[in-house]
Write a protein of this length. Structure first.
Length: 265
């Protein structure tokens, strides 16, 4: 095992799924690290790039080490680094987007363990690229708002996003962890003033061979089919392109009629 005077922790992004979308730096670190602590969403194809010396552990909270606490993850990183081992803490997408990066940095700093952040392609950008969509298409959008649907599902109104401040005609919403039930989100976005014909696209397993997407307008958002996790919801005028592409395949139907479309890339 590679030992340095003191190990370092690399808080690295694995990108959205396709191993080709790893950064060269993340790939190099996977080849050389002694310890890899990864989240559930990091695919087997990416872990297969690890060097033969690497001890690999799933510290994800869903199917990996069930019940592992954030503190235990911190301890594992710190202990390995103190043993002189280089650790890659591998998170899906970009480590700084809904990835508890700040908490892990605080813990490493408090323990005096050297660390480095290695960015990755976040799921929203991977999904947009795979659809051939520019989230800031200047003809229709000027801003991107990145939020989690997890907060949108909170029942107490004060914990829910203030959509009237976030949702605008010229904003593209990128909603991580959107869940499967969109009726209240539809109502809230309409109440916030978004147009009923605003396009919305849900993308499942973006950038992987299992990628699928379904498109709707805001008015029909609640009818989107249930898709496999992980999925991400994009809402905004730049997504019009996806609806139009579908309309072109269905020339007998008007675009307003194309409410729900499920298609693989
Ligand atoms: N740090 C990650 C996000 C972690 S939160 C990033 O930057 O992408 C986990 C959420 O990310 C999932 O619930 C889902 O909404 C989204 N996600 C991650 N990978 C995805 C993928 N391949 N396709 C669609 N959504 C994905």
């Amino acid at each position: 095992m590679k030992r340095t005077a003191k190990g370092k922790v690399y808080l690295a992004g694995a990108g959205p799924g396709d191993p080709d979308l790893l950064t060269v730096r993340a790939h190099r670190l996977l080849r050389s690290a002694s310890v890899i602590l990864h989240d559930d969403l990091v695919s087997a194809d990416i872990l297969a790039l690890a060097g033969p010396q690497a001890e690999i552990a799933n510290v994800g909270k869903r199917c990996g080490a069930k019940g592992i606490s954030q503190e235990e993850i911190h301890s594992r990183m710190i202990e390995s680094a103190r043993r002189g081992l280089d650790v890659v803490r591998l998170k899906s997408g970009d480590p700084g987007i809904f990835g508890r990066l700040a908490e892990e940095i605080d813990a490493l700093e408090a323990a005096g363990v050297p660390f480095e952040v290695v960015p990755g392609i976040t799921a929203g950008l991977g999904a947009a690229a795979s659809l051939g969509v520019s989230l800031t298409d200047r003809r229709t959008a000027s801003r991107i708002v990145v939020v989690t649907g997890y907060h949108a599902r909170k029942t107490r109104p004060q914990e829910r996003p203030d959509w009237s401040a976030l949702a605008r005609e010229d904003v593209t919403l990128v909603i991580y962890m959107p869940g499967h039930i969109f009726s209240s989100l539809r109502d809230e976005l309409l109440a916030a003033g978004l147009a009923a014909d605003m396009p919305a696209v849900i993308v499942s397993n973006a950038t992987t061979p299992r990628q699928q997407h379904a498109a709707a307008t805001l008015a029909t958002l609640d009818q989107l089919p249930r898709m496999e996790s992980p999925s991400i919801l994009l809402v905004g005028r730049p997504l019009e392109r996806v609806l139009r592409a579908v309309a072109a395949e269905n020339p007998s139907r008007a675009i307003e009629e194309i409410e729900i479309v499920l298609s693989s890339l």
